[in-house]
Design a protein around this ligand. Structure first.
Ligand code: ATP
Ligand code: MG
Length: 380
């Protein structure tokens, strides 16, 4: 998910969430001896000081070392650990096993690059919370902190043609994911927690409204979110909602992709994956950039106005898929509300852990509030 601009190490987060980091290597080594083939018991090292874009689950980088036929073997893995209720999680329910299954299915059904998923503990008994291991992939992510639109990073400082190459290759990822046939059946498990409704979008919208209420319980109401939810209700895109649903990656942003030479080498962060209209992902990828543009503007910087323009993304996507996208505005507002709910939760967490005082107005933490207001106030 998306991050508030705070800098903290994953090890710091582990300590904060009450887990003793020093026991992780021995515990994981023992557990790996039960799941790895060949009776191997690897030595496990936790790499510290991970520079992560993440905020809603824990990501730990590990190295495993063992001998095979008297030769040393070394593998680098990433553990993704589900948050516990004490961590003040972003989402009310969290299915780490579903993320594992989606990544595995995407690797089987497409040539979209995803990390190879390895072993999963669904019981929570090993680390105190479910987790899985995947292969570590080398690459670079456009940074969230500070936002890549602020400049001074590999993506912002690259020539425009290379930025466009990265954009097109990432839109191609969406096109490929959305071309998986029978997504509603294959990935139906992802929508199991959504309340009933006539279409996947109605159901997802129902889930969003429940999520907002969950967030309100800890941090209070937001009139802006409630106004936006009403707007979404009043302008519900019945036609788009009725189209054949696709696998939506969910948190489709360039900040969730590892790139090598401007090409995706690993598509990460599947915790918001769902089934629904293709517009969900297409709008999200554009909106995420709009938010970063907004931030650059607030900081008095030009940002990257040529990147992720709707007309370009739409043209690339439609050419690759042969599909026609509907109007994206409803989906921008929808994305904006999701960002608000994330900030309500990450705000509640920072209050809970004493990092900030409880804000008088939760909307002061929505740094995209201006953008969202403009969207719902502008004439169609
Ligand atoms: N398989 C991997 N190989 C290499 N690096 C990875 C891998 N998975 C995650 N990372 C690193 O961890 C960071 C966070 O990963 P990811 O986006 O999946 O988590 P996040 O969902 O943003 O965190 P959160 O869900 O906690 O908000 C990535 O930006 C990347 O730097
Ligand atoms: Mg992420």
């Amino acid at each position: 998910m998306t991050n508030q601009p705070t800098v903290e190490t994953e090890v710091g987060r582990l300590q904060r969430s009450g887990r003793d980091v020093s026991t992780i290597p021995a515990v994981l080594s023992q557990w790996l001896s039960t799941v790895m083939p060949g009776g191997v018991t690897p030595d496990v090292t936790v790499e510290s000081g991970i520079d992560s874009n993440g905020m809603s689950s824990e990501t730990i980088i590990l190295t495993g070392r063992w001998d095979e036929d008297d030769r040393p073997v070394e593998e680098k893995w990433v553990a993704r650990v589900a948050p516990t209720a004490q961590d003040v999680p972003v989402f009310p329910t969290y299915r780490l096993d579903y993320q594992y299954d989606v990544i595995r299915l995407v690797s089987e059904l497409t040539d979209v690059p995803v990390p190879r998923v390895r072993w999963i503990d669904t019981t929570g008994e090993v680390l105190g919370s479910p987790f899985f291991l995947m292969d570590h992939v080398s690459g670079s992510v456009p940074p969230d902190v500070m936002p890549y639109t602020f400049g001074g990073n590999w993506f912002a400082d690259a020539p425009a043609e290379r930025q466009r190459e990265l954009q097109d290759a990432t839109v191609e990822v969406l096109a490929k994911l959305h071309s998986i046939p029978n997504a509603g059946e294959t990935f139906g498990f992802l929508t199991e927690i959504d309340p009933p409704g006539p279409t996947p979008l109605h159901r997802h919208f129902g889930w969003l409204k429940q999520w907002y209420q969950f967030a309100v319980a800890d941090i209070g109401r937001s009139p802006l979110v409630e106004q936006a939810l009403q707007w979404l209700e009043d302008n519900f895109p019945t036609d788009v909602a009725a189209t054949e649903p696709v696998l939506a990656w969910g948190d489709s942003r360039i900040g969730n992709v590892l790139y090598e030479d401007f090409r995706p080498v690993a598509v990460l962060d599947w915790e918001m994956a769902t089934v629904g209209p293709r517009e969900l992902d297409v709008a999200w990828i554009i909106f995420a950039h709009m938010v970063f543009q907004e931030l650059a503007g607030l900081a008095g910087m030009p940002g990257l106005p040529e990147v992720m323009r709707e007309e370009d993304v739409r043209a690339t996507y439609e050419e690759l898929t042969g599909a026609r996208l509907g109007d994206l505005k409803w989906f921008y507002v929808y994305s904006g509300v999701i960002w608000c709910c994330v900030f309500m939760r990450t705000g509640a967490r920072r209050v809970h852990f004493g990092e900030i005082d409880r804000p008088e107005d939760i909307e002061s933490m929505f740094y995209h509030a201006g953008l969202l207001k403009r969207l719902i106030e502008e004439k169609p």
